[in-house]
Design a protein around this ligand. Structure first.
Ligand SMILES: [Zn+2]
Ligand SMILES: [Zn+2]
Ligand SMILES: [Zn+2]
Length: 219
């Protein structure tokens, strides 16, 4: 029998959007019985408590709804054989996973399916006026987000977006900045793919790749 003493926690930071990986050792609970994990940006991510090292209380700050979620787990579930999702009850999605490193990495990969893949899986493709253009734009958007090059001047790097039939709209929910990415033609792709970062302007609407009125036209 193998006793597992290390587990991996992957959790998305509510502030910077980065997916953070942390190792958690059972032995870290000797002493104070409390372990706190932080993101590289300084944001607190998760706190685990245990008095007896049999039951563990976990609270994590959720990237989806911005609140804290709690769960109480037996040792065997936390240091178990499968990846356990850290679920947000509001949006019913996993903000992270706990478990063996490989399983956690796999679960994260699934979760990270590119936006374009998700869009076609969900059948959005048929809704778009020009699916090929839109999927190319989504791919580039995904790359920017992964590289941390998608955000808003107010400091929020966790933008939400909406897919419309002929464009993608980016929103900053903290300051009401809006970015519009047109998906009408190939010029739109070129203009957007030429951008190595997209930073929205506080409380403004920017037309990011508008080819009619110049590339960086604003209203
Ligand atoms: Zn962070
Ligand atoms: Zn949540
Ligand atoms: Zn903002």
């Amino acid at each position: 029998m193998i006793l597992t003493t290390h587990t991996t926690i992957a959790i998305q930071c509510p502030r910077c959007g980065e997916l953070e990986f942390h190792a958690l050792s059972l032995f870290a609970f000797s002493g104070k019985g409390r372990v706190g994990l932080h993101c590289r940006c300084g944001e607190p991510l998760l706190i685990a408590n245990s008095r007896d090292r049999k039951y563990f209380n976990i609270s994590f700050n959720c990237t989806f709804c911005g609140q804290s979620h709690y769960l109480r787990l037996k040792r065997g579930a936390l240091w178990g054989k499968s990846a356990l999702p850290l679920m947000c009850s509001e949006v019913e999605a996993a903000a992270g996973f706990v478990g063996p490193k490989q399983k956690v990495a796999q679960a994260c990969k699934e979760r990270e399916k590119s936006i374009a893949e998700l869009a076609s899986e969900l059948g959005y493709e048929d809704e778009f006026e020009n699916p090929e253009v839109m999927l190319k734009l989504l791919d580039h958007l995904h790359c920017l987000a992964k590289e941390g090059a998608l955000g808003c001047k107010c400091g929020n790097y966790n933008l939400t977006f909406e897919l419309l039939t002929d464009r993608i709209e980016l929103y900053c929910e903290i300051c009401d900045a809006v970015g519009i990415i047109f998906g009408e033609n190939y010029d739109n792709i070129q203009a957007f793919e030429g951008m190595t970062s997209v930073i929205l302007e506080e409380n403004k609407t920017i037309l990011l790749n508008c080819t009619h009125h110049g590339r960086f036209a604003t209203d």
